[in-house]
Design a protein around this ligand. Structure first.
Ligand code: MSP
Length: 475
């Protein structure tokens, strides 16, 4: 079995304010990567920003900043959110990075040219400015962009094209056979249906005037590489593809690209086609998550239901946010989030759940045990960690909280604090066993609540009650 585990987040556009959706993707990746590291793999988590977009030009102009200044500010904001969420990432790749990213994008472009898959053509297409995407009639919903619900513009341009159509059949076979595993099954069906309808060749470059800070097409400075052969390439350029490929050799193919359902087609059709054309192995899997909604609706400013991750972190602590995203949102479907549900779940499962249980057990231990318990090697954790291998994170959460509930009930029924008065030895044994089970809970919590996990382990090592409650109840 492979010793490495390479996982990627999508790279984020620098024009939108960070919200719970972004926090979700990176937290999910962080949890998955931590679980693999705990199981002994060398994990590598890549994240970054998708910066060569024309969308920022207006903002930059309005704010009187240079593109570089603007982008470096946005990167700081991303990194700030990551650090507040306890994300342990290995690299933040910026597609504006001429040293790290551009050589990879241009090297891959040349491979596609060598394979005979890039050609020049005049193109008239339906272009949505919001998406920066050309749509075909088939993609539109009632003649409108399915994302922005606005009518696209007719645009005529001279572009380079990529022979995506050539790869339809082979990609279909690889997805059908799970050689490229698309999870969950609903998304696999969705992409297979799309492939069944066939793929059209797509525009792969733009005139330089549209995105002056974009990556030049090798051999033609009048055009820049458009989105696909730029953004998607981050997954390999960051590992040194096209410059120094030590990391690439070590970590590619990716174990999983984690993406939202809105970018499934790019990752399950265009990206594999590019890799096939260039003779590079395909990623092993795509985990396609749903969107975070609030009160059943897509978060939007006008509905006033946008949940700001910073506010929740400020009030409840970052682990409460990690907990909610891990347990209360399934990685396979849309997940709803309201501040009311957040608070309810926090009180029930963190303050009254793990927080309370730790205090109860450690109080009995501190008062009645002569020394800290000796932890022997934990057995039978593999059933639990296997849930992370199939990305069943909310089930992993249920598993731990069932154990927490069980221990609460056990204490209720067996009352070790009373037993100790009548039979010291039996009482001490029961309390020691409870501490050992709490230790297992701490180990299981590590991917989701890394700090709490460490705190509980330390309390057990010192045989002490927490000085302050792990999670304070909110009224
Ligand atoms: N730049 C492209 C991705 C290129 S990857 C090579 C992009 N960027 S994005 O900033 O718009 O979105 C980044 C990720 O955030 C996507 O996976 C998207 O699904 C996710 N989310 C954006 N809003 C979301 C929610 N409300 N809920 C969950 N995830 C959401 O697309």
């Amino acid at each position: 079995m492979s010793k490495t585990f390479y996982i990627t987040t999508p790279i984020f556009y620098p024009n939108a304010k960070l919200h719970m959706g972004h926090a979700y993707t990176v937290t999910l990746c962080d949890i998955i990567c931590r679980a693999q590291k705990i199981q002994g793999k060398e994990g590598y988590l890549l994240t970054g920003a998708d910066e060569n977009t024309g969308k920022i030009l207006k903002v930059v102009e309005e704010q009187g900043q240079s593109v570089e200044e603007y982008l470096s500010q946005v990167t700081e904001n991303f990194k700030d959110l990551y650090s507040k969420l306890g994300i342990s990432y290995n690299q933040f790749i910026k597609t504006s990075d001429k040293e790290k990213h551009w050589p990879g994008a241009q090297a891959l472009w040349k491979k596609l040219v060598d394979a005979g898959d890039i050609y020049k053509a005049s193109y008239t297409g339906l272009y949505c400015v919001g998406c920066e995407t050309f749509y075909t009639e088939k993609d539109l919903a009632d003649g409108k962009c399915p994302v922005h619900l606005t009518a696209p513009e007719q645009i005529k341009e001279e572009n380079y094209f990529f022979r995506l159509s050539k790869y339809t059949q082979v990609i279909k076979e690889k997805i059908e056979s799970d050689e490229l595993l698309v999870l969950p099954q609903t998304r696999k069906n969705e992409i297979l249906a799309l492939l069944e309808r066939g793929l059209e060749d797509i525009s792969f470059s733009r005139p330089v005037k549209n995105v002056p800070h974009g990556i030049p097409v090798p051999g033609d400075n009048s055009q820049v590489i458009y989105v696909w052969c730029d953004a998607l390439v981050n997954y390999i350029s960051a590992l040194g593809y096209g410059r120094d490929d030590e990391l690439f050799q070590k970590f590619w193919p990716a174990d999983v690209h984690v993406v939202g359902k809105d970018i499934l087609r790019f990752h399950a059709a265009i990206w594999p086609a590019m890799l096939l054309s260039a003779g590079i192995s395909l990623p092993k899997s795509l985990l396609v998550h749903g969107l975070i909604t609030s009160g059943g609706h897509k978060m939007s400013k006008s509905l006033g239901n946008v949940i700001d991750p910073y506010e929740l972190i400020e009030e409840y602590g970052y682990e409460a946010v990690r907990y909610y995203l891990a347990r209360e949102v399934s990685p396979f479907e849309d997940g709803d989030m309201t501040t009311e549900r957040f608070k309810e779940s926090y009180n029930a499962n963190l303050a009254n759940g793990i927080g309370n249980l730790t205090s109860r057990i450690m109080k009995m231990a501190q008062d009645n045990l002569d020394a800290p318990i000796v932890i022997t090697e934990e057995k039978n954790m593999s059933e639990y960690f296997a849930l992370y291998d199939t990305y069943e994170i909310s089930k992993a959460g249920d598993y731990v909280w069932n154990e927490i509930k069980f221990l609460d009930q056990y204490i209720q029924e067996h009352q070790p604090f009373k037993l100790i008065k009548t039979d010291k030895e039996a009482g001490q044994k029961m309390i020691s066993d409870l501490v050992a089970r709490l230790h297992r809970v701490a180990l299981m919590l590590a991917p989701i609540l890394p700090e709490t996990s460490e705190k509980i382990k330390t309390l057990i090592k010192e045989n002490k009650v927490p000085e302050t409650q792990l999670f304070v109840r909110k009224d």
